[in-house]
Every structure is written in structure tokens, then in C-alpha cells.
Design a protein around this ligand. Structure first.
Ligand SMILES: Nc1ncnc2c1ncn2[C@@H]1O[C@H](COP(=O)(O)OP(=O)(O)OP(=O)(O)O)[C@@H](O)[C@H]1O
Ligand SMILES: [Mg+2]
Length: 345
């Protein structure tokens, strides 16, 4: 069953240059108990999508279209008073910069007690003992409850934030780059932790990251975002081994640790489109080695398979593209693969 479902969700930010559509028509679902990885380069709309779901968009950001269903109810236009009981208890989050989740002026313990007692009818000491147990689950000594956030290292703080997100046994945890800024060993430990906790608590996890290899390791399904759109989604093995969208193929070539990817690492030249004035056709056209005139003119429809979906005009040619995408020269500006006069305009 789908725990979370966004339908045709679009989010805009008001900017000096005009409305910037950071999320455009996204249909995404999260099933109970699964880990869904969300990947895409910087600026593709991952955080915005998460903030829209959590109702944490900044002042200049608005959901302009679509719906968000969570656990059988709509989260669109829900008053804060009705969202409060859901947040942390059913739907919790680990945001991009953990330091902003923890209040620097309160001890770790009081922050746990506050959140626990908002949702559960327990005494302060019961709340502290719940917090202590959860902290030990994430590998932090319970004596740390008396510390202030600044007394912990970055990795410890991140664990505290994870403990906070899990202490009420939520149905869904949204984790936005939970390991950014941490050293590789700590990153690895935190990811293992997320995986272990998801198993033992049976929570669903949405894991947002630009690191494809992380997702390959722990996600059940993967969603790929590009230029505010969802360009490919499906079970991890399908998306990684049978990528249907050239952007996914390009992303994979830029990461070393996936089997069957290119020997040489090749990054995708160029950068994502400006979302104040996005391209008319497929948003990846300018960087796509397989683009044709049609791609410049017509936005692709989603090709519908039950579980594995992609937004490309040429999904049927994906096997051939995959092979070509592994060669470095495919991604360099080779005019022969682009229709004359279109690319050079
Ligand atoms: N508060 C804001 N006001 C205006 N534009 C914004 C705001 N926040 C984000 N944007 C724009 O929205 C788009 C999507 O940004 P978002 O932060 O969702 O990307 P992201 O995929 O999370 O990137 P990253 O991997 O760097 O975290 C970008 O073009 C960004 O510049
Ligand atoms: Mg982000």
C-alpha cells in the first residue's frame, strides 16, 4: 500500500526573475516499509519536494498544483494544528543541515523530552529513558543527553538527529543528504544505521542524496529527478542495470562503485536548466547525446510500465543508449549524434 503519494505536484518559488518552478508535475509514491532513494544533481528539486511534503517550504515557496496524500489524508493546505500531531509521530525528517534541527540553547535531553511529551502521555523521566535508549541504538552514550549540541561532533550530532527522527517510531522518515559533510567512515556507519533501523522499526525511508552509490547500496526503489521533474523511477536494480533515461545513464557513469558501469568515469557535460525559463521539450535535451529534434520540441510523456517508468521519447532504444552511454566519446560534444542546426542554435 502507498503510504505517501504525490500527484502532479508542482512547487514554485517567487524570485526576482519571476516564478521558479522547482518541482514540476511530480507523481511519486512511497510504499510502507521501503527505502526509496531520490537522486539528481544539485538544484534538481529534491529538497524542495521534501519540504513541500513536510509543509516546510520557505515564505517564497508554494505548492501551486497537485496533491500530497499521506496515510490516507491530504497534506495540502492542512492547518499547522493538524500537522503537528502527524509530524515526528508519523512523518519525521532528517534535514540537510542537522545543526538547524537541534536548538543550540537547549540540552539534547530537553529537546527529546519536548518532542516525546508533545505526542505521548509520559513523565519527563520516562521520556528521558526513551531518549536514552534511542540514543544508544544509534551508538551514542545516553550520558550525552545532558550535552548541548555544540559539545558533539558533526557525526554525533547527525546520529542525534537520526535518533530524534526515530524516537516516536514514525511510519515515514524523510532523510535529506543525511551524511553530507561527514567523513567517509562516518557516512558509511550512518547509512548502515539507517538501513538497520528501517528494518527493525519497519519505517519507510525516503533517502535524498546526489550520491548514486549510496542509493545502489541501500534503496529498494530509486527516483531520479532532473530539472524539477521525475525522469525515471523504479526498483533499484531496474533503474541501475536497465536505465531507461539517458540522464540516469549519465549519472551512473559518473560514479565508480556500480558494477557494469563504464570503466572510465565520465561526467555529463553542462548543467541543469534554469527553472525560471525551462526548455520547451525534454529538459535534458541540451546535455543528451541522443537528442533529436523531437526532444527539443516536445516534452516526453511518461512511458508507463507498472513499476519502472521513464520520461524519454526513446525509451524503446534504451538498451542501445545504455551501451553507447558507457563510452566516454558519447558524452563529449560529438556533432554527429546531434541533429544539425538544432544543437548549435
Ligand atoms: N528559497 C528559495 N528561493 C528561490 N529559489 C529556490 C529556493 N530554494 C531552492 N530554490 C531553487 O529551486 C531549485 C531546486 O532547489 P533544491 O534545493 O530543491 O535542489 P536540490 O535537488 O535539493 O539540490 P541539492 O542537491 O544542492 O541539495 C534550484 O533551482 C534552486 O535554486
Ligand atoms: Mg537539497
Amino acid at each position: 500500500m502507498n503510504l505517501l503519494e504525490t500527484r502532479n505536484l508542482s512547487v514554485e518559488y517567487g524570485t526576482d526573475e519571476g516564478p521558479l518552478r522547482a518541482v514540476d508535475g511530480v507523481d511519486l509514491s512511497v510504499e510502507s516499509g521501503e527505502i526509496l532513494g531520490v537522486v539528481g544533481e544539485s538544484g534538481c528539486g529534491k529538497t524542495t519536494l521534501m519540504k513541500a511534503i513536510l509543509n516546510l517550504l520557505p515564505e517564497n515557496g508554494d505548492v501551486v498544483e497537485g496533491d500530497i496524500q499521506f496515510d490516507g489524508r491530504s497534506l495540502i493546505d492542512i492547518p499547522e494544528s493538524e500537522l503537528r500531531p502527524i509530524r515526528w509521530e508519523d512523518l519525521s525528517y532528517i534535514i540537510q543541515n542537522a545543526m538547524t534541527t537541534l536548538d543550540p540553547v537547549y540540552r539534547i535531553g530537553s529537546q527529546f523530552v519536548e518532542i516525546i511529551r508533545t505526542h505521548r502521555d509520559v513523565s519527563k523521566s520516562e521520556a528521558r529513558s526513551m531518549a536514552g535508549e534511542m540514543l544508544e541504538d544509534v551508538g551514542i552514550d545516553r550520558s550525552r543527553l545532558s550535552d548541548y549540541p555544540h559539545e558533539l561532533s558533526g557525526g554525533q550530532r547527525q546520529r542525534v538527529v537520526i535518533a530524534l527522527a526515530l524516537v516516536l517510531d514514525p511510519k515515514l522518515v524523510i532523510a535529506d543528504e543525511p551524511t553530507t559533510g561527514l567523513d567517509v567512515v562516518t557516512q558509511e556507519e550512518i547509512l548502515k544505521l539507517i538501513k538497520r533501523i528501517q528494518k527493525s522499526f519497519d519505517s519507510a525511508v525516503v533517502l535524498i542524496t546526489h550520491d548514486i552509490s549510496v542509493v545502489a547500496e541501500i534503496a529498494d526503489r530509486v527516483a531520479v529527478m532532473y530539472g524539477g521533474e521525475l525522469v525515471e523511477v523504479g526498483p533499484t536494480s531496474d533503474v541501475f542495470h536497465r536505465s531507461a533515461h539517458p540522464y540516469t545513464m549519465g549519472l551512473m557513469n559518473a560514479f565508480p562503485s556500480i558494477e557494469e558501469s563504464a570503466d572510465e568515469l565520465v561526467s555529463i557535460p553542462g548543467s541543469p536548466p534554469n527553472l525560471v525559463d525551462p526548455p520547451t521539450g525534454c529538459r535534458f535535451t541540451e546535455r543528451c547525446p541522443f537528442a533529436t529534434e523531437e526532444c527539443y520540441e516536445e516534452p516526453p510523456e511518461e512511458t508507463v510500465g507498472e513499476r519502472h517508468r521513464s520520461r524519454c521519447h526513446y525509451t524503446a532504444q534504451a538498451p542501445e543508449f545504455r551501451e553507447r552511454s558507457e563510452r566516454a566519446e558519447t558524452w563529449t560534444a560529438d556533432e554527429s549524434v546531434r541533429p544539425e542546426g538544432v544543437y548549435n542554435e
